[in-house]
Design a protein around this ligand. Structure first.
Ligand code: NAD
Length: 264
């Protein structure tokens, strides 16, 4: 181990199971000597996250549902007592009613629009505000986004609109927190079969399409996204803030379908 994260401690939010992008990032951070605390959303996920935390010698910092501000406060109070300061936070959280991740965007309901924006966008800002107080030696905040923020992807709908707002908030937060040497970035990951992704209509088709058409002719793994996360959270990226970095086998640069995809 080169120890790129040696002496750094931080919070990783959004592990649901061992297929989560947050778990890929956690493994990369741990391999480079970083110390990690996880949150979990509810008792059902606690049972899944606990053994994963044990694997990395990570701390369970408690339940956090980002729609409940008091549960966010409780997590940061726990970290304050445990470590006093932190160096990084990973926000790998998103949610929308799966009934609205299919069909037309125009049919989005006001209730689901507000919920999707609250959980998938506002929560990053709510977390950044609390993290700022504990990042007394500077720090790195990282969130996860998708190409559906930039271009219309089938069925992504309200989540695409939310990711566009999330990417804009990365820039505003980068300006607010930059003077404290706190960096704010996003990774725009290519499609990966996770729990959250299974709510998106025709997701298998999107995966195949990316595999056939991305310049690298393959989809990405959570380990690959994890390594990009390592770069964003370590001092390797110390000059980088306000950035949306694609980890998508290059898919975002293509203007036309590159090859035939006979079996989709
Ligand atoms: P995942 O299902 O493993 O993780 C989603 C996480 O969000 C879960 O841990 C869940 O507990 C958490 N979450 C949802 N609502 C919450 C709430 N109210 N409070 C607290 N936590 C809540 O799926 P994933 O694909 O690893 O998703 C992580 C992030 O990556 C999401 O922001 C997602 O949009 C983004 N992303 C995913 C892909 C993909 O193809 N899988 C691509 C690009 C970006």
């Amino acid at each position: 181990s080169q120890g790129l994260m040696k002496g750094k401690r931080g919070l990783i939010m959004g592990v649901a199971n061992n297929r989560s992008i947050a778990w890929g990032i956690a493994k990369a951070i741990h391999a480079q000597g970083g110390e990690i605390a996880f949150t979990h959303q509810g008792d059902a996920l606690k049972k899944r996250v606990e053994p994963l935390a044990a694997e990395l010698g990570a701390v369970m910092a408690g339940h956090c549902d980002v729609t409940d501000e008091s549960s966010i406060d409780a997590v940061f109070e726990t970290l304050e007592k445990l470590w006093g300061k932190i160096d990084f936070v990973v926000h790998a959280i998103g949610f929308s009613d799966k009934d609205e991740l299919t069909g037309r965007y125009v049919d989005t309901s006001p209730a689901n629009f507000a919920m999707t924006m609250n959980i998938s966008v506002y929560s990053f800002t709510a977390i950044a505000r609390r993290a700022e107080k504990m990042m007394t030696d500077g720090g790195s905040l990282l969130t996860m986004t998708y190409y559906g923020a930039e271009k219309v992807m089938p069925n992504y709908n309200v989540m695409g609109v939310a990711k566009a707002a999330l990417e804009a908030s990365v820039k505003y937060l980068a300006v607010d927190l930059g003077p404290k040497n706190i960096r704010v970035n996003a990774i725009s990951a290519g499609p990966i079969k996770t729990l959250a992704a299974s709510g998106i209509g025709d997701f298998r088709y999107i995966l195949k399409w990316n595999e056939y058409n991305a310049p690298l002719r393959r989809t990405v793994t959570i380990e690959e996204v994890g390594d990009v996360g390592l770069y964003m959270l370590s001092d390797l990226s110390r000059s980088v803030t306000g950035e949306v970095h694609h980890a998508d086998s290059g898919y975002h640069v293509i203007g036309m379908k590159a090859v035939d995809a006979p079996d989709i």
